[in-house]
Unconditional design. Sequence first.
Length: 256
Amino acid sequence: MLVPNIGDLEVKRGSRVPAVPRVSVVIPAFRPRPEQPDYLEEALESVRSQSYDNVEIVIVDDGSPVKVAPERTDDLVIVRQPNTGPGGARNVGSVIARGTLIAFLDSDDRWRAEKLAKQVALHDRRPELVLTATDFVHFDDNGLRELPSWRDRNKITGEDVSFERLFFENCIPCSSTMMPKAALMRTPGMNRHRRMGEDYGLWLRLAMLGPVGYIDEKLMEHRSHAGSLMGQQTREGTIEQRMLIETVRGFIETEL
């Protein structure tokens, strides 16, 4: 069961946050230096521009040396906490969230306008789903980079992602996901001791509880930049396969 330490928190709810949201969007945020680019406003605008609007936005300032300060706050729940890493920040935001569905968004990514509406519709049509994901595109300062479809890249057939396929590789991008809060609360949440791959164990645990659905549309835009955790790992020479093996090993040791 997900029960993070939420004792040392500052929580402020804006006056325009829905009292009973259907979806809670959880955004972990961390600014280490003033000169580092801040993409949070783009992420927020992509949520505010969704065609589905019964949404609560929860920003978790994960102990940033530079205080996370959105330009507009009346429609936000802002949580400030000591640094725990992105996994720990998402755990805390999920516990505080009031929505029955949780969607994760990284502060440097963004969504296309129909993303939430289409996932909510899928969860309504198939209430047994414990997790859903969508296709996505990469983008950087030079614009969008279209790739072959996520389904083709990951050899997905049908509407679901099997546990076996997910165990072979972490093929679910965090910013594309949505899950019932009830299912999430049945797990330990994300690994707060990892700065990369912290989401993988959660996807595996959820997939053990029920089916994982997939929408074959590019509804999320993932930003590639040097300041991202993925960029840092790449510069340090981390091999993705090694990271995945370590994540699976840690998951198995925890479960056994």
